[in-house]
Design a protein around this ligand. Sequence first.
Ligand code: G3P
Length: 228
Amino acid sequence: MKFFLDTGNVEEIRAATELGILDGVTTNPTLMAKEGKPFRDALLEMCALVEIVNGEVVATEAKRMIVEGREIAALHPNIVVKLPMLAESFKAMKVLHAEGIRTNVTLVFSPAQALLAAKAGAYFVSPFLGRVDDIANDGMQVLRDILEVYRPYNFQTQVLAASLRHPMHVVEAAKLGAHIATMPLKVFQQLFKHPLTDRGLQGFLADWEKARAVLGDIVPQETAKAKK
Ligand code: G3P
């Protein structure tokens, strides 16, 4: 499973890349607006950090979407152009795909919509699972249905589980076989945590400290000084 960060914040991406397990980034107009940084500059900075950056159009009419899609895609080869789940986006995708531009159909909430995205040859489809839960429906069931619909036809469109709000969303999406999970930095950090890890480590370090005089140092003091 690939991990994407769902953010418009370049510093968050930089921090997450240091962990060595970040594969890409998803942005949306709300996330970009929150940062108050010029869109193109921010996307370019992101492209220098990760291999996939999803940048979203704001047009809702095909002709304008094509113009915006081309502009966004031309910024960097790492870009995937996000388009909302509208019939107009399908007209735009026909043109953009013919030009070799990769797309991500976003704001997807049903297997029917995901099926259309795959038929159109979208590179990613983004079901918003948390937002389905928000209206008292089952987001994971939507993901399960999408993957089931895709399976017999071997569609190449990758399923990008989005709107993930907590670690169990990520785990459930992984169990179902989503290709990608995109999540806010907070959820990414929460994945590392377990109280037994903290307690176990405290014990190890305390025991080591007690026996330090006998154990010595892992890095002998002389070597440590020389390396400073
Ligand atoms: O980037 C799209 C999606 O992940 C938004 O998540 O939490 O605003 O529903 P959320």
